[in-house]
Design a protein around this ligand. Structure first.
Ligand code: ZN
Length: 318
């Protein structure tokens, strides 16, 4: 490009001479141009920002969008987890707590939701405070519910262990082989077969030949083994805890000693005809807190209801 040249009329030489700028003029000219370019840049950038935004701003906006998306995804995950915890609670209430005879987890406790809005103070004043608070509340609620569920599971496990322990101790099987016929059950005898006077019969008799193996019907500790001359002849008494005692009477022999620990099914002695008895049989009695209960109710032995009644029919056949 051709540089513009400035000419001035030199009156001394009477001719046009090329004008050469001095340093001051050059500096002034450069400063003016520089200032103008800065103003132009400013105007340009203001206009550009109004309509387009800088690349850095765009990046930041992208980041904000990503974070919002993360929050939305997180919220969905929390919702799904809350639903899973609610299902756990429901199955705890319907199945385990019902079976184990425990109180239900009430809905208001299990919903969690305690604490108020003070704990959200640190989330106020932001552009997206509402999203952050919503997610925080849901997460806190999930945390509370999970804690409640965890404690509930611990309680259930403890209770189940207690029940398993109790189950092992309760007198739930028959003391002699199932093929034996039942004799007299719990009933009022107008005339005692030996004594002749009317009196209650507080147990279940099993007609069985002398020498039939007799088994502990639940875990416990032998409270007595011997002959107390109380009509039962040689007898074994087992304390099962939980208020239960079983008595095995008219034995010919006993195989345990006082204080011995037994578990369900242990061989404790042989049936016989000792004491006040008219023939070989086992007298089996269950006392619950000192009250006599009907042993027939306790021959659960893992049978279904149908099997249980079929067994009773079979055992009581004459
Ligand atoms: Zn009896």
């Amino acid at each position: 490009m051709l540089r513009k040249r400035k000419y001035v009329f030199d009156t001394d030489n009477l001719q046009f001479m090329q004008h050469r700028r001095n340093r001051g003029e050059k500096l002034l000219r450069f400063s003016l141009l520089f200032a103008l370019s800065i103003v132009a840049t400013l105007v340009y950038s203001v206009i550009f920002h109004r309509f387009f935004g800088s690349p850095k701003e765009e990046l930041l906006q992208q980041r904000v969008d990503e974070l919002k998306l993360s929050y939305t995804l997180l919220e969905k995950q929390i919702d799904r987890s809350s639903l899973a915890v609610a299902e756990l609670r429901s199955s705890d209430n319907i199945s385990y707590r019902t079976i184990l005879d425990m109180p239900q987890i009430p809905a208001d406790i299990s919903e969690g939701g305690s604490g108020g809005t003070n704990r959200l103070a640190d989330l106020t004043g932001y552009m997206n405070s509402d999203i952050m608070m919503k997610v925080r509340l849901k997460f806190d609620n999930l945390k509370t519910q999970t804690n409640i569920q965890y404690n509930s599971l611990t309680d259930l496990t403890e209770r189940a262990t207690e029940w398993k322990e109790m189950w092992a101790h309760l007198p739930f099987i028959r003391p002699v082989n199932v093929t034996m016929r039942l004799g007299d059950g719990m009933k009022f005898r107008e005339r005692h077969p030996v004594l002749g006077s009317p009196r209650w019969h507080f147990g279940q008799d099993f007609r069985c030949p002398e020498g039939t193996e007799v088994h502990a019907t639940g875990a416990g500790i032998v409270a007595y083994a011997g002959n107390q001359r109380d009509g039962f002849g040689i007898k074994v008494v087992i304390d099962h805890g939980y208020g239960y005692r079983t008595i095995y009477g008219h034995l010919s022999e006993y195989n345990v000693r006082r204080g011995q620990k037994v578990t369900r099914g242990d061989f404790i002695g042989l049936s016989g005809n000792t004491g006040t008895s008219t023939g070989p049989h086992l007298h089996y009695q269950i006392d619950l807190f000192g009250e006599h209960v009907n042993p027939l109710w306790y021959f659960e032995d893992g049978l279904t209801e149908d099997e249980y009644f079929r067994m009773l029919d079979y055992l009581t056949k004459p």
